[in-house]
Design a protein around this ligand. Structure first.
Ligand code: PLP
Length: 397
């Protein structure tokens, strides 16, 4: 049976060029980059070159890239590591902080990915106050509330560049400006963005957006799974403590033997994503427009969740009134089409999307919304076939 994939926000297939680049690092250049002999140095040079490739693309220094086992780990590292750094190094170094608070605050948006939300819930138990900034009906962070929430106890603000369920893009450069205006010459609040979903379609250079930390994931950009990174601005590295300790790899920020083949693949994927970004965004945007226009004609009751203007070109999150997204998903899957009823992580729990609820909609809308995401292999014919099947499923009820 022919199967069509419309779930690129969950993960992407590994690009052939990426696969090819990785292949020799499994059995030919298999050394441990920490070893001093030839095999080790060969692997170490490959990791160095990959780091350099990513740094060049992001317009940052090699030393500012910390490879992690996933974006989830990178998000954990920044949240837990900044807190740990605040509690230890800041006191040790006796930095010139006006006041040190035993109950620091971290600001996030109410629609962050689970790897941020759940980590915050966990550190909340350890005496941290988490401030959840609400979003508009369109899914955009309320900058006035954000600005009002800043005080000298806030150590970190973490706002995602683009949302994984509704694809809504946040004004990260503006957010950085607000925070920098507030902190002036002070260290805190530091600024982090999770750019996992954004990287394929938006320029994510941290120098341009003004963030101190940024998370990326390889498997969302046609690279292998199990590799991510945290950009750590050189200026802010002193305020981050490792959460995984051991052999001191990754400048001491992430111990554990480097996943050499995955790092090679990730760097290649970053390079390709940057190269095709403009062309691919334009191509995919046409599909987004085409799909929604045609879908609205066929099914006039449907509603889009989140802003259409400030949105990734590959994302459509659609409410089907009177339907359960889970039922639609299963019927579509039976017909050969893969979509999602929320994030892949939430699918495991089958809970209604907290993101749709955070937009201010009732539970029915969260239960009745499907995420359809496009990618490199998507074409118009697939969309036509999908809409035909969807129409028949809805009519046959
Ligand atoms: N952040 C966002 C916005 C995501 O969409 C995801 C994956 O769904 C993650 C973080 C976690 O990425 P990883 O699968 O690399 O842990």
């Amino acid at each position: 049976m022919k199967r069509i994939y419309f779930d690129y926000a969950a993960t992407t297939p590994v690009d052939l060029a990426v696969e090819k680049e990785m292949a020799p690092y499994f059995d030919k250049f298999y050394g441990n980059p920490g070893s001093l002999h030839y095999f080790g140095q060969e692997a170490s040079a490959a990791v160095f070159n990959s780091r350099k490739k990513i740094a060049n693309t992001l317009n940052c220094f090699n030393s500012e890239i910390i490879f992690t086992g996933s974006a989830t780990e990178a998000n954990n590292l920044v949240l837990r590591g900044i807190l740990k750094g605040y509690r230890s190094k800041v006191i040790e170094k006796n930095l010139n902080l006006k006041s040190y608070t035993p109950r620091p605050k971290i600001i996030i948006s109410s629609i962050e990915h689970e790897s941020i939300i759940e980590t915050c819930r966990d550190i909340e138990k350890k005496g941290v106050k988490i401030i959840y900034i609400s979003v508009s009906k369109e899914g955009i962070v309320d900058l006035k509330i954000l600005e009002k929430s800043l005080d000298e106890n806030v150590i970190l603000v973490s706002i995602m560049a683009a949302n994984n369920e509704i694809g809504v893009i946040q004004p990260i450069a503006e957010i950085s400006k607000i925070i920098k205006n507030f902190r002036k010459e002070k260290v805190y609040p530091l600024i982090h963005t999770d750019a996992v979903q954004a990287f394929n379609y938006l320029n994510c250079s941290p120098r341009e957006s003004g963030v101190d930390f940024m998370t990326l994931s390889s498997h969302k950009i046609y690279g292998p799974k199990g590799i991510g990174m945290l950009y750590v601005s050189d200026k802010c590295a002193g305020y981050l403590s490792p959460i995984i300790t051991g052999g001191g790899q990754e400048n001491g920020f992430r111990s554990g033997t480097e996943n050499v083949a995955a790092i090679i693949g990730f760097a290649k994927a970053v390079e390709i994503a940057e190269k095709i970004r403009f062309r691919e965004s334009k191509r995919i945007l046409e599909f987004q427009k085409y799909f929604f226009k045609k879908a609205e004609k066929l099914l006039p009751l449907i509603k889009l969740n989140g802003s259409i203007k400030q949105r990734l070109p590959n994302n459509l999150n659609i409410y089907f009134p009177g339907f359960k997204a889970q039922d639609l998903l299963v019927r579509l899957d039976t017909a050969g089409f893969a979509v999602s009823s929320g994030s892949a992580c939430l699918a495991r729990t089958s809970k209604p999307s907290y993101i749709i609820k955070a937009l201010g909609y009732p539970k029915e809308r969260a239960i009745g919304s499907l995420r359809i995401t496009f990618g490199k292999q998507t074409n118009k014919k697939q969309i036509d076939e999908f809409l035909e099947v969807l129409k028949n499923i809805i009519k046959s009820r």
